[in-house]
Design a protein around this ligand. Sequence first.
Ligand SMILES: C[S@@+](CC[C@H](N)C(=O)[O-])C[C@H]1O[C@@H](n2cnc3c(N)ncnc32)[C@H](O)[C@@H]1O
Length: 392
Amino acid sequence: MSFWARKSNIVITCAKGAPPFLKEEILSLGFPILSVGMAEVGTEGSLEDAMRLNLSIRTGQRILFLLESFNAKTPDELYKRISRISWEDYIPEDSYFSVTSSVYNPTIKDSRFANVKCKDAVVDRIKEKRGRRPDTGPERDKVVIHLYWRSNLCQVFFDTSGEPLSRRGYRMIPLKAPVQETLGATVVLATGWMGNENFINPMCGSGTLAIEAVLIGLDRAPGLLRSNYGFMHLKDFDESSWKTLRRKTRAAAKDRLDGRIIATDISQQAVEAAKKNAMTAGVERLIEFGVCDFSETPVPTNGGLIILNPEYGERLGEIEKLKETYRKIGDFFKKKCQGYKGYIFTGNLDLAKKIGLRTKRRIPFYNGPIECRLLEYDLYEGSRKEASTKLQ
Ligand SMILES: C[S@@+](CC[C@H](N)C(=O)[O-])C[C@H]1O[C@@H](n2cnc3c(N)ncnc32)[C@H](O)[C@@H]1O
């Protein structure tokens, strides 16, 4: 049996807070759940399955395919065990590989040391078998080996994603404080958005939330936007089956949405960037962009969801100014967004209190090291005038 068809454990890493959403995605793709951690979910499948996961998963960062699992106490034991793996069967001639690691072992002070031990073991093995050293380095655009070492347990994976999946390939122009694409998708999925109602995103910045919402609404796999993955650089990668998978996945997507997607920002530069990013993602025709204060964003009367990711400020002066912004968001929700589900994604809960509305749900997330919340508000129906502003 080709090693591409052999089943093994697959670990999908994600941001803290994201596992419940990642788990749902994995199940909906027909894979079992073997474990759920703080920042990862375990499943199983073959390398061929890993291709499908890379193409379709929205909330995960890296699809790690388990190659070997063993016990090692010291770096020398690690070296010995890793050099027993038949790397020449997996890594093609003239290839390049890099090693990443997560090391929690008391004998290792600096995880770079474990990386070097692992890399040396692979290089020495291949040199012995082929008489030539393979190229190595820090780039993650070819074969990526991931080492997980906790206490004595050592697991060696292929990182089949290569570059993390958050690099979808559409965000050429990130601006100040953007959310990562994978976090953006997680936040949108947490709202329960299905693509059949209006999605209003004032303060859109570089457009990540609106773009991810469109991709979700269309059922368009986020991985279609990217042309390079780690798995493509392994031996016997079958390009034709990858192309077939992409073609079928693309064909399964919708090409229109029922609701309106409106994205605005006060900064002309942000809106220009968001438009370009949406264009790269192939969804710009589905998003109505506008430059305006958030409170001037047109909100159609037939309901849907409205989501804002305001700045949360680092310096005291900024935070004072932002208190007023958050208070005004509360007013805007009350006056202009009745009949909507309102959401604020923020890393500052004190500022969020200035919204002055009762939260219905508070979902914890991490934006890198920053603890954030997605706050949900029910904005009850009342009388108000139809939004008439025409967008660009
Ligand atoms: C944290 S960023 C949003 C980042 C966005 N989620 C992304 O992924 O790029 C906040 C955005 O709010 C915008 N903003 C600040 N004050 C605003 C206001 N009063 N009205 C509209 N937009 C505003 C800023 O220009 C900035 O783009």
